[in-house]
Write a protein that binds this ligand. Structure first.
Ligand SMILES: Cc1ncc(COP(=O)(O)O)c(C=O)c1O
Length: 400
């Protein structure tokens, strides 16, 4: 062997997902027949609505759908994305400015790959979804975290963004409603952030995948609806996974300026070609169908959200801002760290998650997966009974 790395420096630098340690342990315990309750999953527990499944079954029977599609996606799906954008976000887009991707995740990677070079900086509000820094890092660009804690409802301010801005700042990642915090920026906050980016020539990558999961009257604000002039330096990321309980179908998309979409499409044409044809047909049915079933799922999430927040708030030491979007609660667990829990003491949220898993057989994702320690993410996309049982076990453990 030469002195060359066996694994490239780029891939070697990708951190194992911090969720994996807890998840692997939870799975091992489950395999041993232990009654583990998992709050880790970032996916709806409902089946995909029947009309979408029916469209896919029909599509699978048609040999035309056994072939490649254009790398950028079926023309009918790109048109459906344009129509849906008009319906949900209120502005017109040309279908030619869309690219259908293998889930929102591929759109995240391709958006960053399309605009970043080594030396560029991306401002990333923290807590953040765990994939963003890895996607940024792969391009050779640098992530600049801007942290907003529970005391500011996990919402960064323009002043904080401005303090993080340098000559190298190329882009801002904006995710509202947010994974992991469930925080939602108001129209005024969204506009102020969009205008700040426009003023400084900073790209906005806006992840709108949770746009339909809102509660307590919170409003989804597409950044381009309040700052339309940003269109030339904005990439919108979205997908069917969370809205239609379609995580397994792997359909997402990105919308952006022609040159960026062209570059990303060229890249995707070599990487994965097109998204599975049948899945694209299912996505057309989803986007062209109504939002009635989505409303039903949202009602269930809302009920679970209220149960979870109430039960978590009953635990001494937890600070629980009200999540008004997505399907996650994100309590600060600082007040529990250092406390005796059945003879054990956690000094970080990662250690606390391990203790909760081992002592209460409940899996939560520690804040370390999303930024600083001292927090935990609990998904409420699971059945009502399991939810009450799981949070009840945490209550009991932390009261002991
Ligand atoms: C904020 C956010 N963006 C994008 C995605 C990507 O979803 P998918 O690749 O399943 O479409 C997720 C999934 O967890 C997410 O939480």
């Amino acid at each position: 062997m030469t002195s060359k790395n066996r694994v490239s420096a780029r891939l070697g630098a990708i951190a194992p997902s911090a969720t994996l340690a807890v998840d692997a342990k939870a799975k091992a315990l489950k395999a041993d027949g232990r009654p583990v309750i998992g709050f880790g999953a970032g996916e709806p527990d409902f089946p995909t609505p029947q009309f979408i499944v029916d469209a896919a079954v029909e599509a699978a029977r048609d040999p035309r759908n056994h072939r490649y599609t254009p790398a950028s996606g079926l023309p009918e799906l790109r048109q459906a994305i344009a129509d849906k954008t008009k319906r949900d976000s209120g502005y017109e887009i040309d279908p030619a400015t869309t690219l259908v991707t293998n889930g929102g995740k591929q759109a995240v990677f391709q958006a960053f790959a399309a605009i970043l070079d080594p030396g560029d900086e991306v401002i990333l509000p923290a807590p953040y979804w765990t994939t963003y820094p890895e996607a940024i890092g792969l391009t050779g660009a640098t992530t600049v975290e801007v942290f907003a804690g529970a005391d500011q409802d996990y919402l960064v301010t323009v002043d904080q963004l401005e303090a993080a801005r340098t000559d190298a700042t190329k882009a801002l990642l904006f995710c509202s409603p947010s994974n992991p915090t469930g925080a939602v920026y108001s129209p005024e906050q969204t506009k102020a952030i969009g205008e700040w980016a426009l003023e400084h020539g900073i790209w906005v990558i806006t992840d709108e995948i949770y746009e339909h999961l809102l509660y307590d009257g919170a409003q989804f604000t597409p950044v381009l609806s309040v700052v339309p002039d940003l269109a030339d330096t904005c990439i919108v990321l979205n997908g069917v996974a969370k809205t239609y309980a379609m995580t397994g179908w792997r359909v997402g998309w990105m919308v952006g300026p022609q040159d960026v979409i062209k570059a990303a499409t060229n890249f995707q044409s070599h990487l994965t070609s097109n998204v599975a044809n049948v899945s694209q047909r299912a996505a057309i049915a989803a986007l062209e169908g109504g939002l009635e079933e989505v409303a039903q799922m949202r009602d269930a999430f809302d009920r679970r959200r209220r149960t979870m927040v109430e039960m978590l708030r009953a635990i001494d030491g937890l600070e629980v801002p009200t999540p008004t979007g997505a399907f996650y609660a994100y309590p600060s667990v600082e007040g529990v760290l250092g406390r005796d829990i059945k003879g054990r003491v956690a000094t970080t949220s990662a250690e606390l998650a391990t203790i909760i898993l081992e002592e209460a057989e409940v899996a939560i994702v520690p804040g370390e997966a999303f930024g600083p320690s001292g927090y935990a993410r609990l998904s409420y996309a699971l059945g009502d009974d399991d939810l009450a049982e799981g949070v009840g076990r945490i209550q009991e453990l932390l009261a002991s």
